[in-house]
Design a protein around this ligand. Structure first.
Ligand code: TRP
Length: 333
């Protein structure tokens, strides 16, 4: 039986953090045997909002690849590949841009949020506005039906499926499959300051490579309930980052529920809850950090992994591109 295909990836703009772990990496790890999985180092997409800093985009390719390998992505089961070295993705993007309108691109909720967050105003890079069509190319070039991503990516998968339906309708044939986004139930992990988005640039992230001291400092600084001044006071768990993180990372759900109850009644100090979270994060990130340090001493291995993965991915994506061009009925020489 052939396994369902996964294509997913990350913009290469910096090392990944625990938000990525909870949001998508954990799902990707769980799919390594059940699915045929491709992980895309999305450097050309990273360039759509980092054209002023290609050096950062280049450097981050190895950082993200190291993060993948350190968390346990196994290159013998999952193919890690580099977007800029898969020409079929760029070619499919150009074709798909004819199956989407500018106003539809402007209405994409993720694109809208990102335009606001980056302060583009009216000066939106054209490549940025069009990246949803390029992401449709990424997904369909692999004929992926499953895309494990954070919840912010859901509108992009929806838009991908719209393009898929239009292309299939024009080709009068089901050449491309639609895809389903696999999104974790816990929702997006907030930054340690309680802000909606964890990001390196926001200074509110815990990178996967954080040292033990950095982890402890981040947990200490974490936003809790500002009105929980004395231990005996009842505390709020809504918007309390420590509890949000326990929900995401503590496997003992019964213990977390008991802690929440105690906290809400009063008599449980932030320090105790933070200590528990600190232990859990240290246990999660310790082995990842060790492996990352080991791997970073062997850049040749990391480079070979990306090279071999990209070659495998090239065959696959070239074949899909040929199929699309053929079925759309373009001239053939
Ligand atoms: N948009 C994703 C991000 O912001 C990266 C990405 C590029 C992606 N192509 C993809 C994700 C295809 C899933 C599928 O990190």
């Amino acid at each position: 039986m052939t396994k369902p295909i996964i294509l997913t990836g990350d913009r290469t703009t910096g090392p990944l953090h625990i938000g990525h772990y909870a949001g998508s990496l954990a799902n990707r790890l769980a799919c390594q045997d059940s699915h045929e999985q491709f992980l895309l180092l999305a450097d050309t997409q990273a360039l759509t909002d980092n054209a002023h800093d290609p050096e950062k985009v280049r450097r981050s390719v190895t950082e993200v690849a190291l993060d993948y390998l350190a968390v346990g992505i196994d290159p013998t089961r999952t193919t890690i590949c580099l977007q800029s070295h898969l020409p079929a993705l760029a070619e499919l993007s150009m074709l798909y841009l004819n199956f989407v309108t500018v106003s539809r691109l402007e209405r994409n909720p993720t694109v809208k949020d990102e335009i606001r967050a980056r302060g583009f105003g009216r000066d939106i890079p054209a490549g940025f506005l069009c990246y949803p069509a390029a992401q449709a190319a990424d997904i369909t070039a692999f004929k992926a039906t499953v895309v494990p991503v954070g919840e912010d990516q859901a509108p992009l998968i929806e838009q991908t499926n719209e393009i898929v339906r239009r292309v299939n309708a024009t080709a009068n044939q089901q050449i491309l499959p639609e895809a389903v986004a696999v999104i974790p139930k816990t929702g997006r992990l907030p930054g340690i300051d309680g802000k909606a988005k964890m990001s390196k640039s926001g200074g509110n992230a815990i990178p996967l490579s954080a040292s033990p001291d950095e982890i402890s400092a981040a947990v200490k600084a974490m936003f809790t309930d500002p009105n929980h001044l004395r231990i005996e006071d009842p505390g709020r768990i809504e918007g309390n980052v420590v509890f949000t993180y326990l929900d995401a990372f503590d496997r003992d759900k019964t213990a977390v529920e008991a802690l929440k109850e105690h906290y809400q009644q009063g008599g449980l100090g932030d320090g105790v809850v933070k200590k528990r979270l600190d232990d859990i994060l240290q246990a999660l990130l310790g082995p990842i950090r060790t492996r990352r340090t080991q791997l970073s001493k062997d850049p040749g291995y990391v480079l070979d992994t990306i090279k071999q993965g990209t070659e495998r991915a090239r065959e696959r994506t070239d074949a899909t591109k040929r199929e699309v061009v053929e079925h759309l009925g373009l001239f053939r020489l």
